[in-house]
Design a protein around this ligand. Structure first.
Ligand SMILES: *Cc1c(COP(=O)(O)O)cnc(C)c1O
Length: 406
């Protein structure tokens, strides 16, 4: 058998670094690699596998629907698609006027949101406000909304009109006027390192957008589906947005995204103005509907809130001098570090069989399945403490660099 690392290096597009392991199987919060090693998965495919791996509900939904009807095109409706649209409207509080557009990824959901903003703005409102450090995806429209200049630069020119402003109410107040079509924000900036909006930001953004006739679009791709201990990130703030975008956790591992519109924003798309061949097919929507039903009926939103508190206490209790603070909400947690050693902590964790992620050099991101319990938390506590200690020890033995992997 050829070496998988060589195959990956020669056959996969060079948009990412070397793959970390060859994973072959999953069950619950555990993954196994090709060497038979077990890993505790506290990343969940970047906040995607809400129910963990190979959950019976996921397996049954996908198997049953695959054996029934997988795809028909959007010339037709199917029962799973209608069930999921109704469920998303209800969970989001989109009311009877709400509508849902289905896509296959987060970036595509944000492309739909971008087009929604253009339809609303027309020629009178060419401006779209997004936040510094915001991440909205890698396709051209969603990339234009993404703040990081180094991600955008090689692909200029971007679709026009997008401005990135600091995530403060004052900056929004100063920037917004009647030429703004939409303001797009993440309730917690996941890719930026699990950075929360300032308290009261969403409420202020809601009243400012209403005052100036702009749409408020909330990117819930990472924060949605119960991840933060509420159904959506905006739910904590008691506001009603004009649109939200979803993906990641709603499919539990099946690729699906959605744009949910509220109120008047629901009548902006007209026949022919947008579309997707795969979007909302019965296979994807049956799986997502089953995943969300399981989250609902097994109380996993509350579990995310409760287990998030427990994880915070556990991380705090380790008392590592490397830990600077804990950010985020529910089961979307960013552990801020006192030095840019997140990559080292993640590598040390992986050595010990724990999968976590470095959202940036100073932040470890933790986003386990929503159904974790006492056993997973206890094992995480042990492995994470050991990984921090490993990095601490090697930093002490190499004080001039402070790095393990120079
Ligand atoms: C992951 C993510 C996206 C992009 O989703 P893809 O499915 O990778 O295209 C957009 N916005 C946020 C907030 C995300 O976390």
């Amino acid at each position: 058998m050829s070496n998988w690392q060589d195959d990956a290096a020669s056959d996969l597009v060079l948009n990412a670094g070397p793959r970390l392991a060859l994973l072959t199987r999953g069950e619950g919060s555990y993954l196994w690699d090709a060497d038979g090693r077990r890993h505790l998965d506290f990343l969940a495919g970047i906040a995607v596998t809400s129910l963990g791996h190979a959950h019976p509900v996921f397996v049954e939904a996908i198997s049953k629907q695959a054996a029934t009807l997988a795809h028909v095109s959007n010339y037709f409706a199917t029962p799973p698609q209608l069930a999921l649209a109704a469920r998303l409207k209800r969970l989001a509080g989109a009311g009877i006027d709400g509508r849902v557009f289905f896509s296959n990824s987060g970036a595509e959901a944000n492309e739909a949101a971008f087009k929604l903003a253009r339809l609303h703005g027309g020629t009178e409102r060419p401006r779209i406000l997004a936040l510094e450090n915001g991440f909205h995806g890698r396709t051209m429209g969603s990339l234009a909304l993404t703040a990081k200049a180094t991600m955008r630069a090689p692909f200029e020119p971007m679709p026009g009109g997008v401005e990135h402003i600091p995530a403060t109410v004052e900056a929004l107040e100063a920037a917004i006027d009647d030429r703004v079509a939409a303001v797009i924000v993440e309730p917690i900036q996941g890719e930026a390192g699990v950075v929360e909006l300032p308290a009261g930001y969403l409420a202020a953004a809601r009243s400012l957008t209403l005052k100036h006739g702009a749409l408020l679009i909330v990117d819930e791709i990472q924060t949605g589906a119960g991840r933060t201990g509420a159904w959506f990130g905006f739910s904590h703030d008691g506001i009603t947005p004009d649109a939200i975008t979803l993906a990641k956790g709603i499919g539990g591992g099946f690729p699906i995204g959605a744009l949910v519109t509220f109120g008047a924003a629901s009548s902006l798309f007209t026949p022919g103005s947008h579309g997707s061949t795969f979007g909302g097919n019965p296979l994807a929507t049956a799986v997502a509907d089953a995943v969300l039903a399981e989250i609902e009926h097994s109380g996993l939103v509350d579990n995310a809130a409760r287990r998030g508190e427990e994880l915070r206490a556990v991380i705090d209790g380790i008392g590592s001098p490397l830990v600077d603070g804990i950010r985020g909400r529910g089961l979307l947690i960013g552990v801020g570090l006192t030095a840019p050693v997140a990559g080292d902590v993640v590598a040390a964790a992986q050595e010990r069989g724990l999968i976590i992620n470095a959202a940036n050099p100073e932040t470890v991101r933790i986003a386990p399945a929503l159904n974790i319990g006492d056993a997973e938390i206890a094992e995480f506590a042990e492995l994470f403490a050991a990984a921090l200690a490993d990095v601490q020890a090697s930093a002490a033995s190499a004080p001039e660099t402070g790095k393990v992997h120079a």
